[in-house]
Design a binder for this molecule. Structure first.
Ligand code: SF4
Ligand code: SF4
Length: 314
């Protein structure tokens, strides 16, 4: 294989699948935004609210609530991978992802997650939303999954959007090579939403699949840069009951942020539907998640807010 071909193969290997482009979002940054969801993440948080974003590869989703029980799909499957006797209906070992079942399903219960899209195609798709950005102070949010896992692609996309006059916000788990990030993606960003989940390194490794030292160091670096006039960085903490939303964890995060001079934080309410989404993809975990599948009630929320004294909650 000559060098050119080899580099093209490597390049295409690191092109992301996009699992959704969602317009009219009011929850992913200022104004009305269009969110581009990248598929693939270096972390593997047990409670991930977008579990369809965890793996880079395409997946088959089965939504039992949409299924009308016609079994048309069962006859269409060449691998005999659909079996009513299985708890999740799809035998993932046998499934070759040919998607013949999704093609014949009349209700959309079976569907593919993840599409290959070029930067041009994404920009074209976003173009129709530009007037909404202009009127609301919104823009595009790169989310996932983890866009920095595809640094070259994400930076090309962000640069194109900036050239079009569109504001770009990155939602990140913070697990990336900071030097590469600063060189490639940072110059094209207007804002960064940076998730901090667990302060204890061992717990982070157990529940998110990676240690958190790189994440905390990256946050500190980016926040110092922001204080010197760089791109705004907003830390955000997902509130998962009995997991991230403990007094011990939140107090430790609050102390860390205060030392860096952080003035604002986002607290993300838990949405227990994450568990159903996992089932749709045939995922399971060895970790007991029962108590993580609850809403944070108002009283608990008030207690949590008091832990961040001196930091504005936005
Ligand atoms: S074809 Fe669709 S609606 Fe019919 S049984 Fe299969 S998944 Fe359910
Ligand atoms: S994607 Fe293909 S192999 Fe997999 S369950 Fe559907 S029809 Fe069967």
């Amino acid at each position: 294989m000559n060098r050119t071909v080899k580099s093209e193969v490597n390049q295409s290997k690191n092109e992301p699948l996009i699992f959704e482009i969602k317009g009219n979002s009011l929850d992913d940054g200022p104004g009305i935004r269009t969110v581009v969801f990248f598929k693939g993440c270096p972390l593997s948080c047990v409670w991930c609210h977008n579990p369809e974003s965890k793996r880079r590869e395409r997946e088959l989703s089965y939504d039992k609530k949409k299924c009308v029980g016609c079994d048309t799909c069962v006859g269409a499957c060449p691998e005999k991978a659909l079996d009513r006797g299985l708890p999740g209906f799809v035998n993932r070992e046998r499934c070759s992802l040919c998607l013949k079942c999704a093609e014949v399903c009349p209700s959309g219960a079976l569907s593919a997650v993840g599409n290959r899209m070029s930067v041009d195609e994404i920009v074209r798709e976003i173009e129709k939303d530009v007037p909404f950005f202009e009127n609301s102070g919104g823009g595009v949010t790169l989310s996932g999954g983890e866009p920095t896992l595809f640094m070259d692609f994400a930076s090309r996309l962000a640069a194109r959007l900036k050239k079009r006059g569109v504001s770009v916000l990155l939602e990140t788990c913070g697990f990336f090579n900071c030097d590469t990030f600063m060189k490639m993606l940072y110059p094209h960003l207007d804002m960064i939403y940076f998730d901090i989940k667990l302060f204890d390194g061992a717990e982070h490794l157990r529940l998110c699949g990676r240690p958190n030292d790189v994440i905390l160091a990256n946050f500190a670096k980016l926040y110092r840069k922001y204080r010197q006039g760089g791109t705004e960085v907003l830390p955000r903490v997902p509130l998962i009951p009995d997991c991230t939303a403990t007094e011990e964890n939140l107090s430790a995060i609050a102390d860390f942020l205060r030392k860096l001079g952080v003035k604002k934080i986002g607290l993300l309410q838990n949405n227990p539907l994450w568990f159903e989404k996992n089932e749709m993809l045939g995922r399971s975990t060895d970790i007991e998640t029962g108590s993580m599948r609850a809403w944070i009630d108002r009283e608990k929320m008030e207690r949590i807010r008091s832990l961040f004294k001196g930091i504005e909650i936005v």
